[in-house]
Design a binder for this molecule. Structure first.
Ligand SMILES: Cc1cc2nc3c(=O)[nH]c(=O)nc-3n(C[C@H](O)[C@H](O)[C@H](O)COP(=O)(O)OP(=O)(O)OC[C@H]3O[C@@H](n4cnc5c(N)ncnc54)[C@H](O)[C@@H]3O)c2cc1C
Length: 463
């Protein structure tokens, strides 16, 4: 019991928005290059570059790569962004937190839906409405990835990055300290089509933003991570049914939809995305998908499947995320939160953070960088986000382990304080202590729910 109570307290403290911080609103679209200023703390040993600026290649043009390339280009670095498919439609639910809209200056017209209501649905189909604590301007954004990714890449290009439609193949490592990395890739000509042409490119540093199956990670021997397989169907449902999902998303929990994750119905521009995921029972993913569809049956009846997609979701960071002047960001590094499977914001944020470390280390592109410059990004990342990852890890272990525990979880979601903390932590990604009295009340309620869940499980085991 003591262990349970300490877990629940750790789980629910420190996940509240810092109310002193202003809410983020989307700013108007501006594309003016901004020269970033970085403080130089100590004399650098790396050589000054003459007649050219630092050259950095970003491999992969998803949210991690697009935002890394934009920051690098703005910061005085000669930037190459290599993306194999410029109209890539990444399999994804497309849910983004409000703070991403403000922090990344996203125009509101790329956000298909603003979700203000969320239904959490238990194994026995008890539905709890969460989102009642949202303020009028708060919402979860729903985007189509082909739209978001293209927008971020275009903005990188407008700020000076060279976008190459190419498939990165491998890289030759530098032979001495300041020698370049030689990248091999196939370049495609969108107009001519065909198999593409083999090319090489020499750069001083590389950012691997090439997703879960990262070739950059393989090139530096970054090691593997456990992963979930996520499956999703885009379903065009009749207009009258779409009204229900206008600004509402659903999350289903239960052994039927996933033994270790959740099933979802997320609204998109003119259809819904229905999906689920699992780490432990990948072979059964289609069975779980069928169960998710079955649970949402009444609301999606008459729908037509317009797209089926599946993709790995990393479970934790890779053993190594940096080697020499090569760093991994986003899914390539393994930055998806457990429990929620959220990775878009963390991808964009890590891309930007890594770029900023390079800009600072190179004194805005004027010097060569060293491994220690790129390492600053990892240190900052771990310091900022480690607590968030840990909390969600514990939450998943406690509440996703059995149907009775999931019933308890959904029951707890009815609590306004839980809702406020969950939404605040999701929307703003700010980790500060909660209200001690409310935390205590919540801990007691949590323990009560878990005790009931355990009692229920024991009864069920007897049957
Ligand atoms: C089904 C599903 C649902 C999800 N739902 C959500 C959600 O609702 N909200 C959320 O926040 N997260 C969600 N995620 C997670 C989210 O999709 C990822 O965390 C996010 O896309 C990571 O961004 P990234 O830029 O690191 O990698 P990616 O988005 O995977 O981008 C990698 C890019 O690199 C390119 N690339 C790959 N290899 C090469 C190569 N060799 N050469 C050139 N280019 C290359 C790819 O074409 C791609 O454009 C979901 C994931 C799945 C699978």
């Amino acid at each position: 019991m003591a262990a349970t109570s300490s877990i629940s307290l750790k789980t629910f403290t420190g996940l509240r928005q810092n109310t002193a911080e202003k809410p983020h609103f989307a700013a108007p679209r501006t594309h003016r290059p901004v020269t970033q200023k970085f403080q130089v703390l100590a004399a650098k040993t790396s050589p000054k570059l003459t007649n050219r600026n630092l050259r950095v290649a970003v491999i992969g043009g998803g949210p991690a790569g697009g935002s890394a390339a934009e920051s690098l280009a703005k910061g005085g670095v000669e930037t190459f962004l290599i993306e194999r498919k410029l109209d890539n439609c990444k399999p994804c639910g497309g849910a983004i937190p409000l703070c991403m809209v403000g922090e990344f200056d996203l125009p509101l017209d790329i956000i298909d839906r603003r979700v203000t209501k969320m239904k959490m649905i238990s194994p026995s189909n008890v539905a709890v409405d969460i989102g009642q604590t949202l303020k009028p301007h708060e919402y979860i954004g729903m985007v189509r990835r082909e739209v978001l990714d293209a927008y971020l890449r275009e903005r990188a290009a407008e700020n000076g990055a060279t976008v190459i439609n190419g498939l990165f193949l491998k890289m030759d490592m530098p032979q001495d300290k300041n020698a370049p990395y030689r990248l091999h890739f196939t370049e495609y000509d969108g107009k001519k089509g065909g198999v593409g042409e083999k090319r090489t490119l020499e750069v001083d540093a590389v950012i691997g933003a090439d997703g879960a199956n990262s070739r950059v990670a393989k090139s530096i021997g970054a090691g593997d991570y456990d992963y979930a397989i996520a499956f999703q169907e885009r379903i065009k449902i009749p207009d009258d049914k779409m009204v229900y999902y206008e600004n509402l998303a659903e999350m289903y929990v239960g052994d039927d939809v996933s033994p270790d994750f959740y099933g979802w119905v997320f609204p998109k521009c003119d259809h819904v995305a229905v999906g689920t995921g699992t780490v432990t029972h990948k072979g059964d993913i289609k069975k779980f998908q069928l169960a998710t569809r079955k649970r949402a049956k009444d609301k999606i009846m008459g729908g037509k499947i317009i797209r089926v997609e599946a993709h790995p979701i990393p479970e934790h960071p890779r053993p190594k995320r940096l080697s020499g002047r090569v760093a991994l960001v986003g899914d390539a590094a393994g930055y998806v939160t457990k429990c929620s499977g959220e990775g878009i914001y963390f991808a964009a944020k890590s891309g930007r953070m890594c770029a900023e470390a390079i800009i600072e280390g190179s004194e805005q592109g004027k010097r060569m960088v060293e491994e220690s410059d790129l390492r600053k990004y990892l240190e900052k990342w771990d310091k900022t986000y480690w607590p968030t990852y840990k909390v969600l890890d514990v939450l998943q272990k406690v509440f996703y382990r059995s149907n009775p525990a999931r019933e308890a979880f959904v029951e707890m979601c009815a609590d306004e304080y839980v809702q406020k903390m969950t939404f605040d932590s999701y929307l703003y990604k700010t980790v500060v202590p909660g209200n001690p009295l409310d935390d205590l009340k919540l801990a007691v309620n949590t323990i009560g729910s878990l005790v009931r869940a355990n009692a229920l499980r024991k009864e069920m085991q007897k049957l």
